[in-house]
Design a protein around this ligand. Structure first.
Ligand SMILES: [Zn+2]
Length: 152
């Protein structure tokens, strides 16, 4: 090792943190705990967005109303993930390959991106009907929504 070689320090940091989900995010997570998909509705547009948010993406008005939407929708786009990375909802690597999709829940005007049950993209198609799969014991976190699976 010469004076010019960089010094390498190896460590595995443990990062434990908490953050507030916010008023609307908390309502969404409480909805997941109850096995429901909640969205916010704008009274001016009208536009319904999931997950709920305080500002409308259409008119930038304040969204006051939170409504339940059906836990099913249409697959608009998808991809297969083959590179392992940490699942932000669980902190562990999700086994690969898996598929990830953009879905429009019935009665909403935006897309919701989430994990799909299907692992093989050859079995998916744009326009396919999908439904939400909730885990049995829910805690009020994103992982309560296990995935979106084919509904036809
Ligand atoms: Zn609006």
């Amino acid at each position: 090792m010469s004076e010019q070689d960089p010094i390498v320090v190896r460590c595995t940091p443990e990062l434990t943190y908490r953050y507030a989900a916010g008023r609307y995010g908390s309502r969404f997570l409480r909805g997941l705990k109850e096995g429901r998909i909640l969205a916010s509705r704008c009274r001016r547009c009208p536009r319904t967005l999931v997950p709920p948010r305080i500002a409308c993406t259409g008119c930038f008005g304040r969204m006051e109303e939170v409504v339940e939407v059906p836990p099913r929708g249409e697959l608009l786009a998808y991809t297969q993930v083959t590179f392992p990375f940490l699942d932000p909802f669980t902190g562990v690597k999700r086994p690969i390959p898996y598929c990830y999709g953009m879905v429009r829940f019935e009665g909403t005007d935006n897309t919701f991106q989430y994990f799909l049950a299907e692992k093989n993209p050859a079995n998916l198609r744009v326009g396919q009907r999908v439904r939400a799969v909730f885990r049995e014991e829910r805690k009020g976190e994103m992982a309560d929504l296990v995935c979106l699976e084919a509904a036809e």
